[in-house]
Every structure is written in C-alpha cells, then in structure tokens.
Design a protein around this ligand. Structure first.
Ligand code: CP3
Length: 348
C-alpha cells in the first residue's frame, strides 16, 4: 500500500509518479505459453482446481517473475469465479473456452449470500496472502475481477460469443431487469475486490474485455457507470489503492474512462493511437499498455521497435508498459524474455 509505494515502482507509477526504468507486467503473464504452467495445471487436474488450490496458484502466479522479473505479480484466478461463487455452474472444456449454466432473462437472478460467496472465494484470498509472503518486496501485487458487463455476457450467453445477441437483446429491450443483473455484479465484484485488497493486493484491475461491442448510451450505462461505481466504493474504503480500468476496444470513449474521478489508471488496447492517448488521456489518468500481443508471437526487431515507439510516446509521464490484451498460448517464452530485457534497460 502507500507506505511501501517507494519500494514498488509499478505502484508508484500508478500513484502518479513517473518511473525510470518504466515498470512493466503483462496481461495473462501466467498461462499456457509456459511449460512450467502446463506441468502444474496437469498436476492440479483442471484449470478450476488450479485456481482453487492456493499452494499451486501461488506458484503459478510467480512463475513468470522468476523468468522475466516483471514489476507486477498478478493473482492467478479467472473473472468467471464470481458467477461460480454465486452458484452458477462453470467448466472449462479443453480448447473450447469457458462454459456456464446460461442465465435466461426469465430466470430468477442468483441470490447473493455474502458470507457464502466470500467463503467460496476464500482460497483466492489465501493465494494472495501466499503471494505476499514469497514475492520480491519490489513487486506490486495485482488483484483483478471482470467488469459487470463482460461477466454478464458470459452468464447470459453461457460462454463466449461472437455477436452478444442474447446479452444485447436483454439489455436493449428490458434495461430495468438487466440493471438488476449489473447491480448484483457491482455488489459482488466490489466485495470480492475489497477482500482481495484485505488479503494483500496493492492495486486491482477491472477487465471489461467486451466493452467495445457497446456504443454511446449503452457503453456509458453498462460499462463506464458500473466500473466507476466499483472504483468509487473501493476508493471510499481504500483511498490509496489505485483502480485500473481496461475497457477493451472502446476507441475515443477511452477519454470518458480516463476523465472518470474514481478510476486511477486505464489500460489501453493495441488499437489506441499513441499520440492521441498522450494528448487526450495522459493528462487525466495514468496509462498502461499497449503492445499488440501478436508482436510477442513474431518477436525480433519488429517487436522491439514497436515497444520503443510506445515508450517514446508515453514514458515521460507516469506510465506502465503492458500489452494491449493477454499473452496468447503460441508465444515463445524467449520473445517475452527479449522484450522484458529491452524494457528494463530502456532509458529516454
Ligand atoms: O493474467 C494472468 O496471468 C492472471 C490470470 C488470468 C486468467 N484469466 C487465467 C486464465 C486473468 C487476469 C484472466 C482474465 C480473464 N478471463 C478475462 C479478461 C481478460 C481477457 O483475456 O480478455 C476473460 C475474458 C476471462 C475468461 C476466460 N478464462 C476465457 C475466455 C478463457 C478461455 C480462453 C483462454 O484464453 O484460455 C479462460 C481460461 C483461462 N483463464 C486460462 C488461464 C490461464 C486458460 C486455462 C487453461 O489452462 O486451459
């Protein structure tokens, strides 16, 4: 937290102090591209078993730091543990992505029993305490959750989607009842993130991976407003814990998120133009981003040139180097090593 910020460069950047070298971490830095992850996952049996086994989850969270010495260690878990803790059936079929028991708009909403919900998630809090016990003192511990809109889409569609037809028709045709689902997710996600902070998270990131399929009024109502409300409640209890928002794909509406009084930092997807971001966003929020994860698949000079372009554009002010989306499973670990060495050595 704040008293330790001096020794944690990533946390200092998020608190608004420019850092040299530029602190970095990568979305989905733990995962299938690492052989040591695949080994532990096989030992655990399934991805969900791994999430709920604190000893193994601590180890998986730290695996990327041992290789690349990033400035941040992100909790190993998943955004869909929130519906799971509400009693929604969840499974991850090999190669098919998540599958949930789909919520129909005529169904009653899951009932929120706070004690039961937090008890279900207690292994996650134990993982965070474990990470704190073993992570390097300079590493910032990052908690996270999905934003209400993104989590709602998985609940309503029963998994991933191409067109979000069910979620959109519910939200557009019956906004009052859709609001009840979003409100449930605001309450549960806030409690989940506050408990992560209690267990040692220095900062939290809210992933709105599917914000970009909404526009204007719907984007404000279903993405910006719920994220801002969660951040407001966190700020009320923990004024010094920065909240990072990742509204992927929202284009020029990134400016709404950057100007929001409750959001401390915004994570940029790879389509955001750097000059525009420097001018229109950076005066209002700490920026994080935004190398296209496909550069990490191809590697080489093209990857480093692109990373340098990002650093040149945004590193004069408080900035955190990251990707524009998560590392993909095809990524050669050597490319992550080359990028990390480059960022750590880079000076203006
Ligand atoms: O960043 C990290 O290293 C921490 C862990 C983390 C995972 N998921 C682990 C995971 C984080 C931060 C997430 C976030 C997440 N999960 C998001 C938001 C970010 C994004 O990618 O847009 C979303 C939409 C999900 C939901 C989810 N979980 C999907 C769609 C999938 C299947 C597709 C895929 O990428 O594998 C998962 C599974 C998942 N979550 C895996 C991991 C390591 C792979 C599980 C396995 O080992 O097979």
């Amino acid at each position: 937290m704040n008293s330790e910020a001096g020794s944690k460069p990533l946390l200092s950047a998020l608190a608004g102090e420019a850092q040299t070298p530029v602190p970095f971490w990568y979305m989905r830095q733990a995962g299938r591209y690492l052989p040591e992850y695949r080994k532990l996952r096989a030992e655990a049996g399934s991805f969900l078993d791994l999430c709920y086994a604190p000893d193994l989850a601590v180890e998986v969270s730290l695996q990327p730091l041992r290789r690349y010495a990033m400035d941040g260690v992100i909790l190993f878990a998943d955004i869909l543990l929130v519906p799971h803790a509400l009693g929604v059936g969840l499974g991850y079929a090999e190669g098919e992505g998540p599958q949930l028991e789909a919520l129909d708009r005529r169904d009653p909403l899951p009932r929120y029993e706070r004690e039961k919900f937090l008890a279900h998630l207690s292994p996650i809090f134990e993982t965070l305490r474990g990470i704190n016990a073993v992570a390097p003192a300079t590493a910032t511990v990052i908690g996270f959750a999905g934003a209400p809109w993104t989590v709602a889409t998985y609940m309503v569609e029963g998994g991933g989607s191409r067109d979000f037809a069910k979620s959109k028709s519910w939200a557009f045709q019956d906004p009052q009842s859709f609001q009840k689902l979003i409100d449930l997710l605001i309450d549960t996600t806030t409690d989940y993130l506050l408990a992560q902070i209690d267990a040692g998270a220095d900062t939290v990131q809210i992933f709105d991976s599917w914000a970009g399929v909404l526009l204007e009024t719907a984007l404000r109502r279903w993405s910006l407003a719920p994220i801002s409300e969660i951040a407001r409640r966190i700020r009320q209890k923990y004024p010094d814990v920065p909240v990072i928002a990742f509204p992927r794909g929202v284009g020029t509406a990134y400016e709404w998120f950057a100007r929001d009084a409750n959001i401390s930092a915004v994570s940029l997807d790879s389509t955001v133009a750097l000059g525009w971001a420097g001018e229109r966003l950076q005066p209002h929020a700490v920026l994080q981003g935004n190398l296209d994860p496909q550069f990490l698949v191809s590697g080489g000079a093209a990857m480093l040139e692109e990373a340098e372009r990002i650093l040149m554009a945004l590193s004069g002010r408080p900035f955190v180097f990251n990707l524009g989306h998560g590392i993909v499973p095809q990524t050669p670990p050597e490319h992550v090593a080359a990028l990390s060495q480059f960022i750590a050595a880079w000076k203006t």
